[in-house]
Design a protein around this ligand. Structure first.
Ligand SMILES: *[C@@H]1O[C@H](CO)[C@@H](O)[C@H](O)[C@H]1NC(C)=O
Ligand SMILES: *[C@@H]1O[C@H](CO)[C@@H](O)[C@H](O)[C@H]1NC(C)=O
Ligand SMILES: *[C@@H]1O[C@H](CO)[C@@H](O)[C@H](O)[C@H]1NC(C)=O
Length: 187
């Protein structure tokens, strides 16, 4: 009888133990209820703004920190940017954020950049929130699509894509204005 009870108790301990501890002595991860982070219904937001890049001129917003190995494809070049994002095509229109990051010549024999940037918003309810973009930008194509890989603040858990369309490009000054349409799923 006592042996039976002993067996029962050990069985129960074995059954319950995995629920109490991971057995590795590591309690660094746990399953959470989404409601604790206020995650209810995912929504889709469309944002449109204009990316204003200026390599030269009086007030450049980007700087080439690594020269290319080819001047035609710009392969191997790395440019750091802190570009204004404006509400309208005009460079003088309201600035609603900054595009901060890097674009790097990533293709040989073709003009194509690796884009690595955060859109840092600074107006209204988006103030302080960011959207992270990582993608391939074949700048001579009419429309370039790049993935939204994440975000912060209002855009926590963001995923989606952007479409970039060049509005103007001045070969002499290197100034470019690009329309960005951002489609983002977030909570
Ligand atoms: C690219 O052009 C610059 C300026 O004209 C020149 O100094 C440099 O040597 C060129 N680089 C290559 C790889 O041709
Ligand atoms: C922007 O403002 C500057 C200085 O006020 C002016 O010289 C320039 O023509 C304006 N550009 C546009 C596109 O309106
Ligand atoms: C955005 O947030 C910063 C930091 O909290 C604050 O200083 C700034 O005034 C805010 N801007 C707007 C337009 O709300």
């Amino acid at each position: 009888m006592t042996k039976l009870i002993f067996l029962l108790v050990t069985q129960i301990v074995f059954l319950v133990a995995p629920l109490v501890s991971t057995g590795d002595g590591g309690d660094f991860a746990r399953t959470m209820n989404q409601k604790h982070l206020g995650l209810k219904k995912e929504k889709l937001t469309h944002l449109r703004f204009y990316w204003q890049d200026s390599l030269k001129g009086r007030n450049p917003s980007s700087v080439m920190i690594q020269q290319p190995v080819s001047n035609t494809s710009l392969f191997g070049s790395i440019t750091m940017m802190d570009d204004a994002l404006t509400l309208d095509v005009s460079r003088n229109s309201t600035v609603m954020g900054q595009a901060q990051g890097i674009y790097a010549g990533a293709a040989q024999g073709q003009l194509s950049f690796l884009m690595l940037m955060n859109f840092a918003f600074k107006t209204g309810k988006y103030n302080g929130s960011t959207i992270a973009v990582l993608g391939r930008n074949t700048v001579l194509s009419k429309v370039r699509e790049m993935p939204v890989v994440g975000g912060s603040g209002v855009f926590r858990f963001a995923r989606g894509y952007v479409q970039a369309r060049t509005m103007s490009f001045d070969f002499k000054s290197g100034d470019a204005t690009v329309e960005y349409n951002c489609y983002v799923l977030h909570y």
